[in-house]
Design a protein around this ligand. Structure first.
Ligand code: 13P
Ligand code: SF4
Length: 325
């Protein structure tokens, strides 16, 4: 049955109902920083891709409700197969993951047999299965730096993150041509204007942004890195160049500080990820109530995708996750 046709009693308090169902079903809600504020508030853990993967691996709850996108729920299932993983909207995809179909990636890899493959976690399980080491934006630089200097590397699927890593590490990784629809929409011209009228507001940017944006940034880092930078820098106001859902987590983490979202190239809300924003409080309630949609995965694929994720976790043990919530 399509979610839109499922009725929810309008007198229900969804916050109370979600709490009740979590206890009744022994479920946890994991939410990414790009989720809408209400979802972040009902979640047990809110974090970046690395923090959420660690939480998914460690939880002993029977049910994981993953309020994020499909590749994140897949990662949770890969790491913790005995748990039921629910995703509030099975259509919540990711433009980066979609930019790298497994068949085409296999051919690309076969054309460069001397390269090892580092893949951003924003990729399908099938692409992970073709990978040597997974990374997230929090541990990517540390992982690349652990690869011996003479070893050629393929980096996929985000060419902007790959170019940023090449710049900071001096490597010449071969890049897959993928981008995030949200992070490629920021306007350099409008960002420069904003900086000019707010000279005391440092620019905090995610490395999925284009180089033309990153060259104006005072700090480049993952979502948790951006939150940490805002907390630690003495400034009272910041310009934030990433998906706007993070502003809620930043305001909670940094009381009294102010955050200006960087403008996209046009007038629409293009700094909102349409995939992340498919999840709603109503869909969280329905998936807890109904126990669907469930993410299932063939065991041979899971095992093949697990190997490079475990490698990532082992290679980034010394990198802490932000305290969650
Ligand atoms: P991080 O939260 O790991 O920085 O990832 C950002 C992102 O684009 C998730 O889709
Ligand atoms: Fe994918 Fe970009 Fe959305 Fe993250 S913000 S889920 S990278 S499309």
């Amino acid at each position: 049955m399509a979610i839109a046709t499922q009725s929810i009693d309008p007198s229900l308090d969804l916050f109370d109902e979600i709490e009740r169902l979590k206890t009744e079903r022994n479920a946890v809600i994991l939410a990414h920083y790009y989720q809408e504020p209400d979802i972040q508030d009902v979640a047990d853990f809110v974090g970046d891709s690395l923090g959420l993967a660690r939480q998914a691996a460690a939880t002993d709850a029977d049910i994981i409700v993953f309020a994020g996108v499909h590749f994140m729920a897949e990662t949770a299932k890969i790491l913790n197969p005995s748990r039921t993983v629910l995703i509030p909207d099975m259509e919540a995809g990711c433009s980066l993951a979609d930019s790298c179909p497994a068949g085409a990636f296999r051919k690309f890899k076969a054309a460069h047999p001397d390269h090892i493959v580092i893949t951003y976690i924003n990729s399908s399980a099938a692409v992970k299965a073709e990978t040597d080491i997974i990374c997230t934006s929090t541990n990517a630089e540390a992982i690349v730096r652990q690869i011996p200097a003479g070893q050629p590397i393929i980096f996929a699927p985000d060419k902007n993150l790959g170019a940023y890593l090449n710049k900071v590490t001096g490597r010449k990784m071969l890049l897959w041509d993928g981008t995030c629809i949200v992070h490629e929409m920021f306007s350099e011209r409008k960002l420069v204007q904003l900086k000019t009228v707010n000279p005391d507001s440092p620019v905090l940017a995610h490395p999925e942004c284009e180089e033309a944006i990153l060259r104006h940034a005072d700090f480049v880092g993952s979502t948790s890195g951006i939150i940490k930078a805002a907390r630690e820098m003495p400034n009272e106001q910041f310009i934030v160049v990433t998906e706007s859902g993070i502003l809620h987590a930043m305001e909670k983490a940094c009381p009294g500080k102010r955050f200006i979202p960087a403008p996209p190239t046009n007038q629409c809300a293009c700094n909102e990820c349409p995939h992340m924003k498919r999840n709603t409080l109503e869909k969280i309630y329905l998936c807890l109530r109904n126990g669907t949609p469930e993410l299932v995965m063939e065991e041979s694929l899971r095992l093949a995708a697990l190997r490079p994720i475990e490698k990532m976790l082992a290679m980034s043990k010394s990198i802490p996750s932000l305290p969650v919530k």
